[in-house]
Design a protein around this ligand. Structure first.
Ligand SMILES: Nc1ncnc2c1ncn2[C@@H]1O[C@H](COP(=O)(O)OP(=O)(O)OP(=O)(O)O)[C@@H](O)[C@H]1O
Length: 307
C-alpha cells in the first residue's frame, strides 16, 4: 500500500506546523521521520491517520483520499499515537477485544487476533493484568498490539520506543523490522541510531518542511562534501602537522586528542589529499601507519540540517 502526501499544510492559528510538504512512500518501505521538537512530525502523522484535517493538501493511500474516504483509510492504518493513550482500568485482553471490535474485526476472528497480538508483542507473561499495573514498556507493547489488531497494511508509529529500557528497545526495533517485511511503516523518533537501525529511508523534517530524504548513507554522503581523513604518521607530530598543512589540497589540519603522530585532515572542496600525503611521507622518509576516510555521523547531518 503506497502513501502519497501532496502539498500538505497545517496551520495552528498563524503558525504553519506543516508547510507544503510532499513525499511518497512505497509499499513495504519502512520510513523514519526525524526532526527536532516541534518540527511537525506528529502533526503530519495525525493528518495521514485522519485524526486531524489539514489546512490544505491531500494524502492518498492507493486510491483513497483523506478527504473523500477517511473511513477506508482508517481501516487500512494502524496508529500508535504519541503518549500512547490507553484505557488504564481495563485488563489487556478486554482492551484488545474492545479495539478489535471498533476496528471492525469479525467477531469470530477476535480471539485469534488477540492471541496473535499477545504473542507477537511479548505480552504473554502480563496478559491477565490491568493496563494500570503494567510498566511503561509493557504499556507501549499494548499500544503496538492495538495498532496491529486489525492487521492493517500501514503502520504509523509516533515515537514507538519512548520510555523503554535498552532491552525492550532492541525487542521493539526487531518487531518493527519484522513488521516492515509485510507492511508499510512510518515511525517518528529523535533517536538517530534507532532510525538508522530500523528504517530503509529517512525523512528529516524541520520547521514543517522536509529538509532531507534518503537512506542514511545517501544523507551522509550528500552532506559530507569535503573529504575528512584520519592519518597516523610516524614522525614528530608538529613537523608532520606543518608539512601536511602546506599541501595544496589540504584545507584544515588538527591533532587528535594529543595522540602522537595522529592528524585529522580536511581536504579542500572536490579534492582528495590522499596521494599528496602519501608522497609527502615518502619524501620525508616517514612511515605512514594509517590513513582512513572519516564517515560523517548521522548526528552531524541532522545538526547541520536542523540548526
Ligand atoms: N493542537 C495544537 N495547537 C497549536 N499548536 C500546535 C498544536 N499541536 C502542535 N502544535 C504546534 O505545531 C508545531 C509542530 O508540532 P508537532 O507536535 O507536530 O511536532 P513534533 O515534530 O511531533 O514534535 P515533538 O518531537 O516535540 O513531538 C509545534 O510548534 C507545536 O507547538
Amino acid at each position: 500500500m503506497s502513501i502519497v502526501v501532496e502539498n500538505l499544510t497545517k496551520k495552528y492559528g498563524e503558525q504553519k506546523a506543516v508547510n507544503d510538504i510532499s513525499f511518497e512512500i512505497k509499499t513495504g518501505e519502512v520510513v523514519g521521520f526525524l526532526g527536532p521538537n516541534g518540527a511537525g512530525k506528529s502533526t503530519t502523522m495525525k493528518i495521514i491517520t485522519c485524526f486531524m484535517a489539514p489546512t490544505s493538501g491531500d494524502v492518498r493511500l492507493d486510491n483513497d483520499s483523506i478527504h473523500q474516504n477517511p473511513e477506508a483509510i482508517k481501516r487500512k492504518i494502524g496508529y500508535l499515537p504519541e503518549n500512547n493513550p490507553l484505557y488504564l482500568d481495563m485488563p489487556i485482553v478486554d482492551y484488545l477485544r474492545f479495539t478489535a471490535e471498533i476496528q471492525g474485526v469479525a467477531k469470530s476472528q477476535i480471539p485469534t487476533r488477540i492471541g496473535e497480538m499477545i504473542e507477537r508483542c511479548g505480552l504473554d507473561r502480563e496478559k491477565h493484568k490491568n493496563i494500570n499495573e503494567l510498566s511503561k514498556g509493557y504499556r507501549q507493547r499494548v499500544g503496538l498490539a492495538q495498532a496491529m489488531i486489525h492487521d492493517p497494511e500501514v503502520l504509523i508509529l509516533d515515537e514507538p520506543t519512548t520510555g523503554l529500557d535498552p532491552n525492550q528497545i532492541v525487542e521493539i526495533r526487531k518487531l518493527i523490522k519484522e513488521l516492515g517485511k509485510e507492511k508499510t511503516v512510518i515511525l517518528s523518533s529523535h533517536i538517530l541510531s534507532e532510525v538508522e537501525a530500523t528504517c530503509d529511508r529517512i525523512l528529516i523534517i524541520n520547521r514543517g518542511r522536509i529538509v532531507a530524504d534518503g537512506t542514511a548513507d545517501t544523507l551522509r554522503s550528500q552532506s559530507q562534501g569535503q573529504e575528512l581523513l584520519k592519518v597516523h604518521i610516524e614522525a614528530d607530530t608538529s613537523a608532520a602537522e606543518a608539512a601536511v598543512r602546506s599541501l595544496a589540497s589540504v584545507e584544515k589540519v588538527s591533532t587528535i586528542d594529543g595522540k602522537d603522530g595522529w592528524l585529522q585532515v580536511q581536504s579542500k572542496p572536490d579534492l582528495s589529499s590522499r596521494k599528496e600525503i602519501f608522497d609527502l611521507c615518502v619524501k620525508n622518509k616517514w612511515y605512514l601507519l594509517d590513513m582512513t576516510g572519516q564517515e560523517t555521523r548521522l548526528e552531524d547531518v541532522f545538526q547541520k540540517l536542523t540548526k
